[in-house]
Unconditional design. Structure first.
Length: 318
């Protein structure tokens, strides 16, 4: 595999840049290949911490090893589409996509290895993009190295269509776009934040689906795919997602709301976000394919309760 280092990355560590150029491989694996001389920069070996100039040519010449460290587990999967090249999954809330510290098993990756054992030969078991643990909806998985490389290329070229349903706190006047860079929070490294310096380009488009007394059902389309992008961007414009414990701030309730709605909002313990639509070009045939996943039960119940509350007239948060 080959790639050119963007001029904008001048001064950054080589291993960091490689992680963005080849996101289908883990940072640890890329660092190991660097040290083994399987990745070269303008024909020369370099250390992971080498500061790039920008414009260099990268050649990755390695054979991906099996994901032997991860165990196949019989975890139910809702498979929306399947052929010899790709899988499309409708992920439930609470399912972590990839094992990490604190989540060594019970993840989508473990489930995929059980459903399609050949994925042990594909980096990250074919996972090319992720959804947060408590976000529901559609994601695509590559079943072959060739399919994975093509899907990653499409992602980087912003050729995927990804539309989400979200329920935000506050009444939006109109739709719009947020074009603000996102990076790691300068203090809390587990969070992301809008960052003028050190952030990566992030663009989110949103439109109003329905307004309620104190909330808004919005459709959101991603132009880029940064970690927590929708959650960070909507919180940045002061319309955080219902149930978002990380970016949502304190619980806000509509004034005079019925106890049923109050109980539902108090008990909504995940961000109200669902990946409802996914479109892409098939990595082999090139045919445009598109899938939709209906709203999960908890979001349907939330929207129904907000619609019922709307009948009570104007109100504000309390």
């Amino acid at each position: 595999m080959t790639a050119a280092i963007p001029l904008a990355d001048s001064g950054r560590r080589l291993d960091q840049v490689l992680g963005e150029l080849f996101p289908e491989f883990s940072r640890a694996r890329l660092q190991r290949w660097l040290k083994e001389g399987k990745i070269t920069l303008d024909g020369r070996n370099q250390q992971p911490k080498y500061k790039v100039n920008g414009g260099e040519q990268v050649v990755l010449d390695a054979e991906a090893e099996a994901e032997g460290e991860w165990q196949a587990q019989a975890i139910p999967l809702e498979v929306v589409y399947e052929d010899e090249s790709i899988l499309v999954i409708n992920k439930p809330a609470g399912l972590v996509v990839h094992p990490a510290a604190g989540n060594r098993d019970g993840t989508l990756l473990n489930a995929l290895l059980h459903h399609a054992p050949e994925l042990a030969q594909v980096p990250r078991a074919g996972i090319v993009h992720r959804l947060d643990k408590d976000t529901t909806g559609l994601l695509v998985v590559a079943r072959t190295l060739a399919a994975q490389a093509e899907l990653v290329r499409q992602l980087q070229a912003r050729a995927f269509t990804r539309e989400y349903d979200a329920v935000a706190c506050g009444v939006m006047v109109a739709g719009g776009s947020v074009n603000e860079p996102i990076g790691r929070h300068p203090v809390d490294r587990k969070r992301m934040a809008v960052r003028g310096q050190g952030g990566k380009e992030a663009i989110t488009h949103y439109r109003v689906e329905r307004r309620f007394r104190a909330h808004t059902h919005v459709k959101v389309r991603l132009e880029t795919g940064r970690t927590h992008q929708i959650r960070v961007h909507l919180a940045h414009i002061r319309y955080p997602l219902v149930g978002d414990a990380v970016y949502g701030g304190r619980l806000r309730l509509p004034s005079g709301a019925e106890e049923a709605l109050v109980a539902l909002l108090r008990g909504f313990h995940r961000q109200a976000l669902h990946a409802a639509l996914l479109g892409l070009h098939h990595p082999v045939s090139g045919e445009w394919l598109q899938w939709q996943a209906p709203l999960p039960d908890d979001m349907q119940q939330l929207l129904s309760a907000l619609a019922e509350d709307q009948k009570h007239g104007a109100g504000e948060f309390r």
